[in-house]
Design a protein around this ligand. Structure first.
Ligand SMILES: NC(=O)C1=CN([C@@H]2O[C@H](COP(=O)(O)OP(=O)(O)OC[C@H]3O[C@@H](n4cnc5c(N)ncnc54)[C@H](OP(=O)(O)O)[C@@H]3O)[C@@H](O)[C@H]2O)C=CC1
Ligand SMILES: O=C(O)[C@@H]1CCC=N1
Length: 268
């Protein structure tokens, strides 16, 4: 691809995607532009990845055919107001904000635009991102393939209807945070049993990475994979029973629900 890719807002999520794109060589550093309110994040991405940086949002909006809006949802109205008359004539706008809808942002631009609503996650930085994507009807099949390969350069992508995008925040946008909490908790448990802290994180994280890979690569149901670990009368089933007793699954389901509902409220 030879389009220029711009990021307005260069915080945690933009940095993860820029890192993923440049490290995977999907885009060369001179194709990628980022603007941000303050300097430190810009200096960081320039130093690490060699991408072009500026504090002027308009410069990025004018230059880039693919434009990520990577500011917090509450800043979308002001940023769109600022750039709407300057965006590239062929611009495709990629929203990454929780809760923001395509219709809402078309209205802010005051005209029909090629719009993508996406929900990526921070493991994009290490090539293991998961992104949910919805597109509007102005996006062609060729552009859809481009969007797919763009997000695939740092992980997996699934297209789905826009009414499910808030739930994507709950299941994959936010869930790395739940995963880190689980890893911390597993490691605390291991430390309690005498395993050194540093090793405890390796044991916990690698075990979960392996479990995730088993689900994605064996096509077996997660329940069946769980059953394979639980030897009859063995140790694992004791732990599983304790997790059930303390509401583990219900607590995770409620967490996804809370995140999804909050995502919906964030567009108001
Ligand atoms: N973090 C995550 O895991 C995920 C985040 N998202 C979405 O990504 C978006 C960004 O989130 P995240 O990266 O975490 O947030 P951050 O706060 O880390 O980054 C937002 C960046 O936007 C900059 N900014 C704010 N206002 C402007 C402006 N007017 N012009 C230019 N830059 C501006 C901020 O600059 P400054 O530093 O100067 O304040 C900051 O660097 C959100 O909409 C969020 O919903 C989606 C999926 C996952
Ligand atoms: O917390 C948030 O609002 C964003 C959306 C998903 C992950 N971070």
């Amino acid at each position: 691809m030879n389009q220029k890719i711009g990021f307005i807002g260069c915080g945690n999520m933009a940095k993860a995607m820029i890192g993923g794109m440049v490290e995977s060589k999907f885009a060369s550093p001179d194709q990628v532009y980022a603007s941000n309110r303050s300097l430190p994040n810009l200096e960081e991405v320039h130093q690490k990845y060699g991408v072009q940086v500026t504090q002027d949002n308009l410069e990025v909006a004018k230059k880039c055919e693919i434009l990520f809006l990577a500011v917090k949802p509450k800043f979308y109205p002001a940023v769109i107001e600022q750039i709407k008359d300057s965006v590239h004539e062929n611009a495709m706008i990629i929203m990454i904000a929780a809760g923001q809808t395509i219709e809402q942002n078309e209205q802010r631009f005051g005209k029909r635009m090629k719009m993508v609503r996406s929900m990526p996650n921070t493991p994009s930085l290490v090539g293991e991102g998961m992104t949910g994507v919805s597109i509007n009807d102005l996006i062609t099949e060729e552009e859809t393939r481009l969007i797919q390969s763009l997000f695939e350069c740092f992980g997996r992508v699934e297209f789905l209807s826009e009414d499910l995008m808030d739930a994507v925040s709950g299941v994959s946008g936010a869930s790395p945070a739940y995963g880190y909490m689980f890893i911390e908790a597993l490691a605390d448990g291991a430390v309690q049993q005498g395993i050194p802290r540093k090793q405890a994180y390796v044991f916990a994280a690698q075990a979960l990475l392996g479990a995730a890979k088993m689900v994605l690569e064996t096509d077996l149901h997660p329940g069946e994979l769980k059953d394979q670990v639980c030897s009859p009368g063995g140790a694992t089933i004791e732990a599983v029973a304790k997790l059930e007793e303390t509401g583990f699954r219900s607590s995770v389901i409620q967490a996804v629900h809370a995140c999804t509902e909050k995502s919906k409220r964030m567009r108001k």
